[in-house]
Structure formats: C-alpha cells, structure tokens
Design a protein around this ligand. Structure first.
Ligand code: 2U9
Length: 403
C-alpha cells in the first residue's frame, strides 16, 4: 500500500483519490486480519488454548507469548533488523496477530473464570437444612432483671423513673435529707468520701461522696418542680461494707410520692400492691414495725409473711416474718430542703435493696457472687435476653423458672 500523504485540501479529483486509497487500505487490512484469523496456525493456537482448563496455565501461556520475553514481543523487537517497507508490513501484521492472540486468550480467560465460579458456587453451597450451631448467648444479670420488674410494677402504678449522679455533693446525700454534720447517721452509712479539692493549696469546703443511697435523686427532682411527684429512683449506691449480704456497691430503689392530702394509708396500699406484684402472689400477709430514719417521720419497716425452713424461705405463708423494706412519711425538713411547703403538701417514701430482692426471689445465697463476673454463675442465675418483664406478659417469666 502507498505511503503518500493524502492531499484532501485540493480539488475534487484529489479527494476522490484519497477516498479510494482509504478504501483500498481498509480492504487490505481486512484481508490480513481474515488471513491471520483463518490461518491454520491461529486456529491451532485457539484450539490449544480452548483445551486449557485452569487459569494458572492460561496465564503462563499469556506470559510466554505476550510477556516481556514472549514470542510475539521478541518478534516485535526483531522488526528493527528489517527494511523500512518490510518493517511496515510485518509490523502491521504482527499487531494484528497480537490482538488476535490477545482476543483468544481473553475469551478463554472469561470461559475459565465463569466455570471456576460455577465450581466454587457448587462447592461452597450453603446447606440450609443443617442445624444451627449453638452460640454462646449472653444472659441478663438477676439485678437487671429485678430492675426491669420493679420499673414495670411501679410504671403501671403511674411512677416515672428518675436518675442522678453516682458522685454526689454532701448537701444532696446528707444535709437536705435531714442528716446534718455530725449526725450519727453519717457514720452509719459507712460513706466513701472523695478527696477534698484544693484551690492553690487551700482546701475547698464542699465535700463529695459516692452516694450512700439514691435519695439525693428525689431531692434534685423536688428542686426541679412542684408536686404532684410520683417517682422511683433505682440505681447504684455505695457503702464501705463487705460480707455475704453486703457489698461496697449495691442497688437500691427508692420511691417518693408527694401531693396534697397524702397519708400513710396511701403508703400502705402502694407497698402492699408492690409486694404482691413482685412476688407474683394474690395474697401476702404484711406488717409494719415502727422504725427510725432521719428523712421520714413516722418511719416504719415492712415485713412480709413467710415460711422459713432449713434450706429455703417460702414467701406468702407460714408463721415467720421477713423484713423487706423501709418507709415513712417524708420529714417536713426534707420537704423544705427540696423547696416544697410542708403545710401544703405531704408525701411518703420508701427504700428497698434490689440485690436483696434478687436473693430472695431467685434463691441466691451470697451477695458477693453477684459482682464476681463469673460467667458460670451468670449461666446458672441469669435470664434469657428476650424474656422481657412486663405486667401483662409475665413479670419474671414463670417465677424465674425459665432461666
Ligand atoms: C426523700 C425522702 C425520703 C427513702 C427511704 C428507707 C426508708 C429505707 C433502706 C432499705 C434497704 C436502704 O437499701 S437499704 O439499706 N431504705 O429503709 N428509705 S425511707 O426516704 C426518702 C428518700 C428521699 C427525699
């Protein structure tokens, strides 16, 4: 084919010539392609390639033909030794050969990829009929269970849940609760005091404690708004004590109801309903014994009837009594500290240890084991995560039997 630069800027004749030359070029190029494509060598190559069954061998062949030292690459390198005309002709043909070879290799590559994928899909097929492998499921801690139950019971009675900080100011933990400085109750609480802060070497007067009860939450609630108030304050509390029934961190739930004309009859009705719902019994004998707390006046302790045998306590019947909680009418000083006028409003309050409730309801003998983080213990005493406590759907889900 001619290698003249085509002049298409001249007359019609030149343009005609150029178009014809282009046509001739196309025809000859097509022939070369057809020739190569139909050549026995390419056909044999294609056949050999189609017989290859794995990608690795195919890649080896690609490298041996088209790689840096591959056959075609070497042939391309050798073009330098040919004359200009030969080089042009050979170069063109080699390019066509190269792209044909590439095409054959590519086609086989996708054939192999597809069949390898099919094989993989068959091999890795999921057998949906296999039984599920047992999984290590988490368990709900008995205290969390009690927490949920208590919230469900008081929630149905119209109480809201109030929360507050674990680190408390002395005022909220003691003073506002009618426990002034040097009051013996401060010692009774075995308080953890936080180190006093210093300002330029001078000790700051405010002292902080980790709360010894959740009562500061109620003071904070009273400060925020006027009655009616109907809240429970569940949460962690801290006292320096350690034996089978005491741990330095334990859980309390306290309740507070303040409104006009609230009496001890409301207290009794509310707590009676609570113990019946909590122990999932229709009737429980109860009694109130006079007691003393600085924040309530009068104060009482509530006992429930039970039967104590050698190994267990059966709640709800028998001649024995079990102390379950403390309660009383909120002391006028406490109402005043919370910004509420005791001549206008009265209230009742109660406090109960949630860990103790868990020990009683679920028969767990030693409180210390609650906080040892032993998964074997949790497996035995814990609850299934989806057994939600509710007043309608079952509180403890079969009295704790479905552990
Ligand atoms: C305010 C006013 C009054 C909360 C109360 C008790 C009685 C009580 C103990 C039970 C077992 C603590 O966990 S325990 O050791 N609590 O006996 N608690 S009355 O009285 C309040 C609280 C807040 C503003």
């Amino acid at each position: 084919m001619e290698n003249k630069k085509l002049d298409i800027t001249g007359n019609e004749e030149n343009l005609d010539k150029a178009l014809r030359a282009l046509e001739v070029y196309r025809e000859s190029a097509k022939k070369v392609v057809e020739n190569i494509y139909n050549s026995p060598e390419i056909k044999a190559f294609q056949k050999a390639i189609q017989a290859i069954r794995d990608s690795k061998s195919l890649e080896d062949i690609r490298v041996s033909v088209l790689g840096k030292k591959g056959t075609i690459t070497e042939m391309m390198k050798n073009l330098g030794s040919l004359s200009v005309e030969e080089k042009k002709e050979m170069g063109k043909n080699l390019n066509i050969l190269k792209s044909e070879v590439e095409k054959v290799l590519e086609e086989q590559k996708s054939v192999l990829e597809e069949s390898e994928l099919d094989a993989k899909l068959i091999e890795e097929r999921i057998d949906v009929t296999l039984p599920v492998r047992p999984e290590n499921q988490g368990r709900i801690h008995p205290v969390s269970k009690i927490y949920e139950e208590v919230v469900a019971i008081f929630g149905q009675m119209g109480f809201s849940v109030a929360e507050g900080p674990d680190i408390e100011e002395d005022f909220y933990n003691f003073t506002a609760l009618n426990i002034p400085a040097n009051h013996p109750a401060r010692q009774m609480h075995d308080t953890f005091y936080l180190p006093k802060e210093k300002d330029g070497g001078k000790e700051i007067d405010d002292s902080y404690v980790i709360r010894t009860h959740t009562s500061p939450v109620q003071i904070r609630t009273m400060e925020k708004g006027q009655p009616p108030i109907r809240i429970i304050a569940p949460g962690r509390t801290y006292r320096s004590d350690y034996d089978a029934t005491h741990t330095p961190m334990f859980h309390q739930v306290e309740g507070l109801v303040i409104d006009k004309n609230i009496t001890m009859a409301h207290l009794k009705g509310c707590l009676y309903d609570f113990v019946k719902a909590f122990f999932e019994l229709d009737e429980i004998p109860v009694r109130y014994r006079p007691s003393f707390f600085p924040f309530t006046e009068p104060s009482a302790e509530m006992d429930i009837g039970c039967l104590k045998t050698k190994n267990e306590i059966k709640i709800g019947g028998g001649d024995d009594w079990l102390e379950i909680l403390g309660c009383g009418m909120v002391h006028p000083n406490v109402l005043r500290a919370g910004g509420i006028d005791p001549d206008e409003y009265q209230g009742f309050a109660f406090g109960v240890g949630m860990d103790r409730l868990a020990m009683l309801k679920y028969g767990i003998p030693d409180l210390r084991t609650f906080f040892e983080s032993d998964v074997r213990w949790l497996k035995n005493y814990g609850f299934a995560p989806l057994d939600e406590s509710s007043m309608t759907g079952g509180l403890s889900n079969n009295g704790g039997i479905t552990r």
